[in-house]
Every structure is written in C-alpha cells, then in structure tokens.
Design a protein around this ligand. Structure first.
Ligand SMILES: Nc1ncnc2c1ncn2[C@@H]1O[C@H](COP(=O)(O)OP(=O)(O)O)[C@@H](O)[C@H]1O
Ligand SMILES: O=P(O)(O)O[C@H]1O[C@H](CO)[C@@H](O[C@H]2O[C@H](CO)[C@@H](O)[C@H](O)[C@H]2O)[C@H](O)[C@H]1O
Length: 490
C-alpha cells in the first residue's frame, strides 16, 4: 500500500499494510462501496487514528494499559479490543481492464475493530484474519456492529472530544445521556447507522468527500428555522484533513416507533388499500421543508444558460446510463425528448425559481411517527453526484419527481397490483403540496417529466449496480416516460 504525502497517522505505523489484502477483498462486497465492477488496485491513507490500542500490539505508544479492565485476565482474549478510524482513498482503474488509467479514487471511512478472537456474534462483521504487518495474528472486523466501539463514538460526541484529526461536536442545547445501549441498523442503507437506546441514531457516512455536507447543513438550517419536519442534528463528527473539513457522521434524535413511507405504502398495497391520505400528508410535509429551506438558504432564478446546463447534465447522465445499461438504448430518443422539451421552453425565455432541495427524496426517506406526523431524513442528495452539484439551488420539482417515482416503485413492487394506486397517490401528493405552497406541481408538466425521466434513468443505473433484481421497476417507468405526453396529468 503506497502512502499519501502527508497522511494523518496517529495509529500503529504500518497498520494499513496489515489491512491492504483484506480490504481489497472486503470493500467491494459492501453495499456502500460505489466503485463496484472495477478491481481495487490499492489504497492511499488519508488518516489513520487510534481510538483504542490493540492489546499487546508491540508498537511505540500502544502498550496495553494494565489499569484497563479489558486487560484483566478475567476478561479473556475474546473481550480485548483495539479500534482504529481510517479514511482511505481507494485506487481503481477507470474501466475494468488491466492497465486502464486509474480513477482519482473515492474516499471511504472505516471503523476497524481488532481482536485476538472474534466472538461468534460478530461473525457477520468479519473483515479477515491478518497475516502481515503489525496486526499479524489478529482478526479485524467492521467495528460499528460491536457495541463497545459504538459506545466510544457516542462518548466522544457527548464530551465533544478531539482525537488526532477527529473533532466531535455537539449542539449544547441537546443533552446526550451516557450509557445509552447501541444497536446497529440492519436495514439496507447507503451508509451505516447505529441506534442508541431508541433515543439517537448515528449515521456514519461511508463514501466521504471534503466540504460542507448537505446531510448536516440542511437539517441544521431547518432546525434554525424551527421546521419540525426534520430531526435536528444533536452532534456530529468531522475531521480537518489537509486544511479541508470533512463531515464523517451525524447524530440525530431517533423517531421512536416510526415506520417509513416505503413499508407503510407496501402494507396498504398488500391490503388493497389506497394511500391517498398519507400521500397528501407527505405532499404537505415536503412543502413545509421546501418553504423553510427557501427561507433559510439562497433562492435564485434559472435563466437560459443555467437551464441549458441543467438539460446538458440530464442528457449527459442519460448517455452515461445507456453506456452502462444497454437495455436503455431503445428508449434513449424518447427519454431525450423529455429533456429537449425543457430546453425548448428555456429557449423561448421561460425561467424557473431554484432553491436548496432534499435531492434524493423517496418513500424510504419519510418517517411517520406513531402520532401520524411525518419527518424527512437523509439530506445527502444522490451520493454519486459531486458535492458542489448536490449543494446547488435546484427547481423544487426535483424532489416532487422523486416522490412520484417512489409511488410508482411501490405500485410495481406489490405482490398484487392495485389499479390506479400510483396515480391516486401522485395526485394526492401534488394536492397536499399545493395546499401549503399555493403551487401545484402538475402545472409544471415539462419540468416534472424532465426530472422524473432523469430520476428513472438514475434508478436504472442504481439498480443495475446495487440490486439487479429490481431493474425491471425503473425500466417499466422508462418505457412509459419515453412516450409520455407532457400535457398529460402526472
Ligand atoms: N431520525 C431517525 N429516526 C428513526 N429512524 C431513522 C432516523 N434516521 C434514519 N432512520 C432509519 O435509518 C435508515 C437509514 O437512514 P438514512 O439516513 O436513509 O441512511 P442512508 O443514507 O445510509 O440510506 C432509514 O431508512 C430509517 O429507517
Ligand atoms: O436511501 P438511499 O439514500 O440509500 O437511496 C438510494 O437507495 C434507494 C433504495 O434503497 C433508491 O431508491 C429507489 O428504491 C426505493 C425502494 O427501495 C424507491 O422508494 C425509490 O423511489 C427508488 O428511487 C435511491 O434511488 C438511491 O439513491
């Protein structure tokens, strides 16, 4: 493993050499690994921070602490644990062909547990058995699934600790009790989360980028506006690496007993019931969030050149998608017409208002508390897009299109289809949105079709990469959108 010029290493020297062969094998199998389909050719460390020294590791500064109860004989080797926080850049070729030029490399955050013996309950978190370097003979694993490391993170947030380059921040108006029992979130997600005592949820971002992260920025802005639709960040973990801030994790209040919109929608579909009342409430919740974001952050007007750029992005993503998923090819001209229709309106002088938006809104990002109130979560935007793009003001229709796609996803995932289910939800959602903002998204059919098309194209690529069995769902929408009449009501 070749090391970057100035990595921030406060862990055992050579630690990364121990992990290299295991990570090459383990990383590409993780759901959150974005570079699937291309081999990993190496790692460059950006930071390696020791949170708990590996017991007995013969390296300077890493002596076992005889006062540490984990070092007492009674605890035994299975209870002794080392803990390292790593930020690594993964080197991969641009295309999966030997000798192809290398991709600049995505950065990932890893929390590595080190034990002499891995207890059976942690078997699913196993990364591997180390055979080289300073950790030779140890077993390493994904430590977020282990309560003790998860407690270490919460304690650091609670006490606003600083460890090496890691900075733990807390909103002083919110209290964090000590001793909250952690449990990992096992549901499918793009990052990795831990719930503490049903009181807080910590999301550890996996693929990370330097700069202001909207997953922290937007909930903080909404909290300042007093918007009750988003759990306000309680604490967050960041790092200052090479003069740049990196957001690493965000702790928020846990909405107890909540069900997400996706599971609720599927439940109603299974009963053959409509979801119109909830869809309307979701439209209102989305509108409340948009209204608060427009108060808190800049709102701009998109003129001809900005719209040309927007359309250019959509067309470019379609071309990349056709390349990545050839099943899209027959629909490309029809899909492109959704984008050129928007370009035509721009050429006629039509303008749009743009503001900060959620950026990846779907039913799974909406939580309904037992009192019926909805919250929106996960303001990261589409993780594959560059940060600067995700933080740009955009037409609010983008989020609406995401939700309309989601009703369609639910309808197509039901075991027994319910006629008109998706259409009823879509109409109710737009009605709810208009009740708060006074603007019914259906009065903007060209922009709506363009964004729905862009989203369906994104979903085709997403599913091809992450869940190939789901590919028929967005492909069925692609077939419809490729021939859709934009004057038709969504
Ligand atoms: N504040 C919260 N309260 C309750 N559950 C939450 C909260 N935030 C997230 N979750 C649960 O955790 C899951 C993953 O969160 P999310 O932010 O969508 O992560 P990711 O970006 O990794 O997909 C969600 O689907 C939801 O079930
Ligand atoms: O929730 P994430 O930020 O991880 O979003 C990604 O994964 C989603 C799936 O988990 C994906 O959403 C797509 O599938 C959903 C059903 O599972 C559906 O409700 C959405 O409408 C559909 O887009 C999302 O696109 C992706 O970014």
């Amino acid at each position: 493993m070749s090391e970057a010029a100035t990595p921030f290493v406060t862990a055992a020297p050579g630690l990364l050499a121990s992990l290299d062969p295991l990570l090459r094998e383990w990383l590409p199998r993780q759901r959150w690994f974005a570079g699937k389909g291309r081999p990993v050719t190496g790692f460059s460390p950006i930071a390696a921070t020791e949170l708990l020294p590996a017991p007995g590791l013969p390296a300077p500064g890493l002596r076992p602490d005889p006062g540490d109860p984990r070092e007492q004989g009674a605890a035994g080797p299975a209870a002794r644990l080392g803990l390292y926080h790593l930020v690594v850049r993964v080197r991969q070729p641009l295309v999966p062909v030997p000798g192809a030029p290398e991709h600049p490399g995505d950065c990932y955050q890893l929390l590595i547990g080190v034990r002499e013996v891995l207890p059976p309950r942690l078997a699913p978190a196993l990364i591997g058995h180390v055979t080289q370097g300073p950790l030779a003979g140890y077993t390493v694993y994904d430590a977020l699934y282990d309560p003790r490391p998860a407690e270490v993170l919460l304690e650091a947030l609670r006490t606003r600790d600083r460890i090496g380059p890691l900075r733990f921040h807390r909103d002083r108006t919110q209290e964090i009790r000590s001793g909250l029992v952690p449990r990992p979130v096992t549901a499918e997600q793009s990052n990795s989360s831990v719930i503490y005592g049903d009181t807080f949820i910590l999301k550890l971002l996996r693929r990370i980028v330097p700069g202001v992260n909207p997953d922290l920025e937007l909930p903080l802005a909404l909290a300042r506006e007093g918007c009750p639709r988003v759990p306000p960040p309680t604490a967050w973990m960041a790092a200052d690496l090479g003069g740049q801030p990196w957001v690493l994790a965000v702790l928020q209040p846990y909405v107890q007993g909540a069900a997400d919109g996706w599971e609720l929608a599927l439940r109603e579909l299974a009963k053959g019931e409509d979801f119109a009342a909830e869809a309307r409430a979701l439209g209102r919740a989305t509108a409340e969030v948009h209204t608060a974001l427009a108060r808190a952050l800049p709102v701009v007007t998109l003129g001809h050149s900005a719209l040309d750029q927007l359309v250019g992005g959509m067309v470019g993503r379609l071309e990349e998608a056709v390349h990545a998923v050839p099943a899209l090819r027959p629909y490309a001209p029809g899909l492109r017409s959704a984008f050129t229709a928007l370009a035509d309106l721009a050429a006629e002088g039509r303008t749009w208002t743009a503001q900060r938006v959620h950026g990846d809104l779907h039913l799974g990002q909406c939580l309904r508390a037992p009192d019926g109130e909805w919250s929106l979560i996960d303001f990261e935007g589409e993780p594959a897009r560059p940060l600067a793009e995700r933080r740009m003001p955009q037409p609010s229709v983008r989020d609406i299109a995401g939700m309309l796609r989601s009703f369609d996803y639910a309808a197509h995932s039901a075991d027994a289809p319910v006629t008109g289910w998706s259409e009823t939800c879509r109409a109710a959602y737009c009605t709810g949105y208009a009740e708060i903002t006074g603007r019914d998204p259906r009065t903007d059919p060209v922009m709506l079709r363009a964004y729905e098309t862009d989203k369906a194209v994104y979903e085709v690529v997403y599913e091809a990469r992450h869940r190939p069995g789901w590919l028929p769902v967005p492909l069925s929408a692609v077939r419809r959108l490729a021939v859709a009449d934009p004057t038709r009501s969504p």
